[in-house]
Structures are given as structure tokens and as C-alpha cells.
Design a protein around this ligand. Structure first.
Ligand SMILES: C[S@@+](CC[C@H](N)C(=O)[O-])C[C@H]1O[C@@H](n2cnc3c(N)ncnc32)[C@H](O)[C@@H]1O
Length: 433
């Protein structure tokens, strides 16, 4: 069960009723949608590819963060079948991109990008649950390094210098777990969509992508010649745009991620696709100018986030004042970089806890070759799910509920309204009142 922020507006009340109206007809509709989205059938995949193309068009028409006049790079996490890439590359002929997606032999979707666009797009086949995104000292030989093109996942001072990282103008986070895959990223094992394993995998993919995206923001920004200057007119110097798929703005974990981008970005907005999945609770957060400046004064604990024992990954952090309050001034990008590093350190600890912090214990020798100076290595367990409180290093629930809520509602109104209208429309069309 998701832990939600209490939101008392009429739309959310009506939406909750509609969501809870669990008629057999609606379940069948959901199952059909999920089957389509996770489809392996070529005709379904082609249709889905077209729909994704249109979804990105909706986002682009609304936010216009790409610049047709300059060459721009995008990073596309969970990129298959490639509808987003297809839209960007065809609409913006100067763009080029790189994407990561689950290999087809591990159950991932096929890559359907049009042939004429392929020279401007590189696809890396990889599994987000198999990358080493944890703290630097951990050493699990079963994991791979994140592709160097995305930036190195090691904390400073190792991340910069020897390896020239890529710079991205747009970073897309759209990977989600596919139903019916077994935990080894293996073949389809039937429609086990509601299994605990599915949700645990989803949480791991979510946090892994967040780490990868923030790492890419950091390297994109840090590799600029004068990244502490805010006066440059180039789009890159404004900081990249992150487009991230999230679910249910009122969910605490979602609200905390929205808050983090709100604090770090020049501006944020949300988009609920109208063309597809309108009856579902997923939406996109569009954060523009991420890392350009820090809008509210944070009080971070100096030094890296302490990785505690599994289950206690969060480090205490005094929260910035919430973005709902007018800020007297903006802080320079150098502080935003510090903030991103702090979030990354904490997210790496959380990643570790999600991967090994579950209850069932694995003998250390099977899971890790190292136990250098950290208590976490002596208690390797099974994967666990995200819990309320895991993202408290970003902001506490208290601040979200008591201070950020008006801003959260402002950002989310459109998302709730589209979902509500689509759900009630669906019930009417299908003859359920
Ligand atoms: C919603 S789709 C993305 C659609 C894409 N944005 C487009 O424009 O076509 C989610 C993608 O995440 C990928 N995915 C699922 N699990 C993954 C994993 N563990 N690692 C990498 N990619 C994964 C799936 O193969 C699928 O292609």
C-alpha cells in the first residue's frame, strides 16, 4: 500500500472513489492496457511505439525545452520501443541521443526506431537492476558498471577528470518493470503482474534510474567550461531538462521526488498524457534547468551520506524551505551541485538497502567479495521494497504535509483532473454509472 500525503480537494476525493470502483469491467480494461503496454506482439508494439511518439509530442508542444537551432543531446532511459526518440529525432534534426533499455532476450521490448533516424541514436542494451549504483566501497562481482557514456557512478573526487563524461540537454526517465518477467531479468513467466517481486523490481528500477539521471545532470553541468556562471545564453548552460515518469503525485515518495526537482530546477511542470494511459495514475514530471541554481537555502550535513545498516539508508537532513514560499534569492549552481551530490550519496545508500536490505539473509561470500570497513557488508539480505521514510533525506513528510502541500496541489491539479475525467468517461462509455 502506498503511503499518501493527505490531500483534501474535491478532485482527489472523486478520483479516489473512481479508482476504488473495482468493477470486473474496469479490471478487464486495465489488464488489456497492461497487456498492450508489455506486449511482445509486433503489431501491438508498433501501435505502442506510435503512441509513445505522440505522448512526447504532447510534452514538447506544452513545454518546448528543445531548441531547433542548436545540436542537442538526449539520454533516454528505458528507451524501447523508441517512440520518444523517434519524435525528438524527427522533429529536431540537430539532436542526437543515446538510450539504455532491457535486452530483448531478457524480456525487453524491441527497438523500432525508423532506419533513417538510427545514425543519430545509439542504443545500449542494459538492465537497470544489474548496474553497480551503490556506494563506492561495495563490490558485488555480479554487477556491471554503468556505461561510461552516461557518466561514472563514483562519487567525487573520482567521477571527474580522467573520464570525459557526456553532456546531455535532455534526460528522459521512462523505464518501468515489465509484467511477467522473473527476477533474473529472464523470460516471461506468465501474467504475474501483481507479485511482490514485480513491485520490488519496480522500486529498484525507479531508484537506479533516478541515480543515473542525477549522475548525468551532474556530469552534464560539471563539464561546462564555466558552470558557475548563470549568464550564458546556451541551453546547456541553463542545465538539462529531466522528463521523468512518476505515479500518483499524492504518494509520499512521488511528492518527495517532485520536491527535490522543484528545489533544484529553474522551473518544473507536470504532464498527464491524454493520448494514452489517461485512465492510469502515471504522469510525467518535466524539470527544466536542473542544477542551474538552488532556489531555496538548504542546510546539508557536510560530507557523504552515512550508509547505515540496511533499512536505515536515510540520512537526516535539514530541509530547504519549500518552494511554495517565495524565495528571497537564488543560490548559485555550485550549491545546486553540492545538493545533487548529497542526494546522490544518499540515493546510493538507499539503492544498497533496497538491493540487500530485505529480511532473508544471504551468506556474504555469495553476494559480495568485500567488507572493507562498513557494517553493511556483514548483513547482506534479499531485495526489499521502498518504504515511507526512505526519501526523508530529501525532505520530511512533515514538511511535505505542512508546507509543500499547496505547491504539490498546484503542480498536480492537471494530473488528477485528466485521470478523473478519463476514468469517469470510461465508466460512462462502458455503461457503468
Ligand atoms: C514505458 S516503456 C518506455 C517507452 C519509451 N520511452 C518509448 O519512447 O518508446 C519502458 C521501457 O523500460 C524498459 N525496461 C524495463 N525494465 C528494464 C530494466 N530493468 N532495465 C532497462 N530497461 C528496462 C522496457 O523494456 C521498456 O522498453
Amino acid at each position: 500500500m502506498h503511503h499518501s500525503v493527505p490531500v483534501h480537494n474535491k478532485t482527489v476525493k472523486q478520483l479516489t472513489k473512481l479508482r476504488n470502483k473495482k468493477g470486473a469491467g474496469f479490471q478487464a480494461h486495465r489488464a488489456f492496457q497492461q497487456k498492450k503496454a508489455d506486449a511482445q506482439d509486433p503489431a501491438d508494439q508498433e501501435g505502442w511505439f506510435r503512441s509513445m511518439h505522440t505522448v512526447f509530442e504532447e510534452i514538447d508542444v506544452t513545454f518546448r525545452f528543445l531548441n531547433p537551432a542548436t545540436p542537442q543531446r538526449f539520454l533516454d532511459l528505458g528507451c524501447c520501443p523508441g517512440g520518444f526518440a523517434s519524435y525528438i529525432l524527427s522533429r529536431y534534426p540537430k539532436t542526437s541521443g543515446v538510450g539504455i533499455s532491457l535486452p530483448i532476450e531478457h524480456g525487453g521490448h524491441a527497438f523500432l526506431l525508423e532506419d533513417y533516424l538510427r545514425p543519430r541514436f545509439e542504443i545500449i542494451w542494459g538492465d537497470f537492476t544489474k548496474y553497480q549504483l551503490g556506494p563506492m566501497f561495495m563490490d558485488d562481482p555480479t554487477l556491471e558498471m554503468l556505461p561510461a557514456i552516461v557518466g561514472q557512478p563514483l562519487p567525487l573526487p573520482f567521477s571527474l577528470g580522467s573520464i570525459a563524461p557526456e553532456r546531455f540537454d535532455v534526460i528522459i526517465v521512462d523505464g518501468h518493470p515489465l509484467r511477467g518477467l522473473d527476477s533474473n531479468g529472464g523470460k516471461r513467466v506468465g501474467e504475474t503482474s501483481q507479485s511482490a517481486e514485480f513491485y520490488t523490481m519496480g522500486d529498484q528500477i525507479f531508484i537506479s534510474q533516478l541515480i543515473t539521471a542525477l549522475q548525468a545532470v551532474l556530469t552534464s553541468f560539471s563539464s561546462l567550461p564555466n558552470f558557475s556562471s548563470t549568464s550564458s545564453s546556451s541551453v546547456n548552460a541553463q542545465g538539462p531538462t529531466v522528463v521523468m515518469k512518476l505515479s500518483k503525485p499524492e504518494r509520499l515518495i512521488t511528492a518527495q521526488v517532485m520536491y527535490m526537482f522543484d528545489v533544484l530546477s529553474a522551473s518544473v511542470g507536470t504532464w498527464k498524457p491524454i493520448h494514452m494511459h489517461a485512465t492510469r495514475s502515471t504522469f510525467y514530471l518535466i524539470a527544466m534547468g536542473v542544477g542551474r541554481s538552488l532556489r531555496y537555502q538548504p542546510v546539508f550535513i557536510a560530507g557523504p551520506a552515512p550508509c547505515g545498516r540496511p533499512g536505515s539508508a536515510s540520512s537526516p537532513l535539514t530541509s530547504p524551505s519549500p518552494p511554495s514560499q517565495p524565495s528571497p534569492r537564488e543560490f548559485p549552481p555550485i550549491l545546486a551541485m553540492q545538493a545533487i551530490r548529497h542526494y546522490l550519496d544518499s540515493l546510493r545508500c538507499l539503492w544498497f538497502s533496497l538491493k540487500y536490505g530485505g529480511s532473508s539473509q544471504t551468506p556474504r561470500s555469495e553476494a559480495s567479495g568485500s567488507d572493507i570497513g562498513s557494517p553493511v557488508h556483514s548483513h547482506l539480505g534479499s531485495p526489499r521494497r521502498l518504504q515511507p521514510g526512505d526519501l526523508n533525506f530529501i525532505v520530511s513528510e512533515d514538511v511535505i504535509v505542512n508546507e509543500y502541500r499547496p505547491r504539490l496541489e498546484q503542480l498536480s491539479r492537471h494530473v488528477w483532473e485528466v485521470e478523473k475525467a478519463s476514468l469517469s468517461g470510461w465508466y460512462k462509455t462502458e455503461g457503468f454509472s
